[in-house]
Design a protein around this ligand. Structure first.
Ligand SMILES: Cc1ncc(COP(=O)(O)O)c(C=O)c1O
Length: 455
């Protein structure tokens, strides 16, 4: 795949399918499998056609020969690029030692080694008690259980626009789109929603100063605690430091500090969901570091193992010592292969100076997107985010985001929309090269220009 002098993206996709098939000497014929797509539940949506057969760094390949630049990272997971050689090797090696050493039967080495490696990067030294799970939603469920068990209180306050997963507890605290819990109520009771400082959600202009948004939201939280759920009934406040499925909106540090104060005052836990924002995505190991706020519970997943299913709930021993042994666990929780991969991820993050790369590429991406905003002020209303968790919000009304994302896919780059607003999100690999970042930004620019021209 390459960018021609005219700026056009060229890839194998442009060859005739006969030539393509001849060129794919090593590929197995998978096209006949596509018929079974009809047997996959309709509940799963998909943004690209065909079968993804390979991933290498910032690119993925499909069975028909298409090569695509991947600005989704499988929704913020393959942060070190697809099939990072050290991560894949660590997992393969672990497969030859032990695959499943169930967490309630025995410790395994990668599990304890991972704790050794994660302790020094925790956003607060008080976070010293680990429980590994498989997915983000399971870890959220565990964090809610933990909050109820250790505080002896039941209610949870979550953020409007927040996303935490698709199992029942997580669905109950998800407030980004109705689709996630449509038709399946009643959900877990005891959940209350408070406004998140996002101008669009509050019906305010994009120019509203951040401190005004924070002031209003902290005031509303006070009202939630005096009108809806008393502090003596409230176990925890749950928040993503950068709201993901709600539109890629960073929580202002002053808001997070305000939440910390409220939690301290009322003996409630502050649960920080870094499933999507963690592991370098925002230009720091954890997004919460920007505010200096101490989480009582930190939830991690996605980039933790670069594609192997692994999540974690991290808290203080002082709290988790209250849990009855046997109350936490799960057949596959903290799988040895996934933990081995995660160990290699942490090593690569340090050895390959990944966070430095995030910050350098982030500056380039912001510069390109801000230039686009200046060129199209009537269409691009907001460019926001942290590190390589970046969003462009369009003026709305014309579904520009989905049209632009579709065009990007046609031009050889996978990119996602997010939220109920008109937003495209950028989640490129954290170790993406300057050249590939530039290529992606150029594809996006061309897509926006074409969509704007088409009206
Ligand atoms: C912030 C956040 N929390 C929780 C989840 C749920 O994670 P999973 O899809 O692994 O269950 C997600 C998934 O996108 C997420 O972005």
């Amino acid at each position: 795949m390459f960018l021609s002098r005219s700026g056009r993206i060229c890839s194998k996709r442009l060859m005739s399918s006969t030539t393509l098939r001849k060129n794919m000497s090593t590929a197995t014929d998978t096209s006949s499998l596509l018929q079974y797509g009809a047997n996959v539940t309709k509940g799963v949506a998909r943004i690209t056609p065909g079968i993804m057969t390979k991933g290498r760094g910032s690119y993925v390949e499909y069975d028909d020969g298409r090569t695509m630049l991947d600005f989704t990272c499988g929704i913020g997971v393959t942060n070190l690029g697809h099939c990072h050689p050290k991560v894949s090797k660590a997992a393969a090696d672990q497969c030859m030692n032990i695959v499943h050493a169930q967490c309630s039967i025995a410790f395994h080495e990668p599990y304890l080694r991972l704790i050794e490696k994660l302790l020094p990067v925790m956003p607060d030294p008080s976070l010293d008690s680990f429980f590994f799970w498989n997915s983000g939603t399971e870890a959220i469920e565990a964090s809610l259980r933990l909050a109820r068990l250790v505080t002896g209180k039941q209610n949870i306050i979550c953020m409007q626009g927040g996303y935490h997963g698709r199992t029942f507890g997580s669905m109950a605290v998800t407030r980004s789109k109705t689709i996630y819990s449509l038709g399946v109520a009643p959900l877990m009771p005891g959940v209350f929603t408070t406004p998140f400082p996002f101008w669009h959600q509050m019906g305010l202009p994009v120019s509203t100063p951040e401190d005004e948004l924070v002031k209003q939201c902290l005031y509303q939280l006070d009202l939630v605690l005096s009108q809806q759920t008393a502090p003596s009934d409230t176990a925890a406040i749950l928040i993503e430091p950068v709201i993901g499925e709600g539109g890629y909106v960073p929580a202002p540090p002053a808001f997070l500090r305000g939440l910390r104060e409220v939690c301290d005052k009322h003996n409630m836990l502050l649960i920080i969901d870094e499933v999507q924002s963690g592991f370098g995505r925002t230009g720091r190991f954890f997004a919460i570091e920007e505010s200096g706020v101490r989480p009582d519970v930190l939830v991690i997943a996605k980039g933790l193992a670069n594609g192997f299913p692994l999540s974690g709930v991290i808290s203080r021993r002082e709290l988790t010592d209250k849990l009855p042994p046997g109350s936490f666990g799960g057949t596959y929780a903290g799988n040895a292969v996934a933990c081995a991969a995660a160990n290699a991820v942490v090593d690569a993050m340090h050895d390959e100076h990944v966070i430095e790369n995030v910050n350098a590429r982030s500056a380039e991406l912001f510069s390109s997107l801000n230039a686009l905003k200046s060129a199209h002020p009537d269409h691009v209303v907001d460019v926001r985010g942290r590190g390589l968790m970046v969003a462009v919000e369009f003026a709305g009304g014309e579904s520009l985001a989905s049209r632009v994302a579709k065009k990007c896919i046609e031009k050889g780059m996978i990119i996602l929309t997010t939220s109920v607003f008109d937003v495209v999100r950028f989640i490129p690999p954290l170790n993406i090269s300057e050249e590939d970042l530039k290529k992606g930004a150029e594809i996006f620019k061309q897509a926006v220009e074409e969509v704007v021209r088409e009206g």
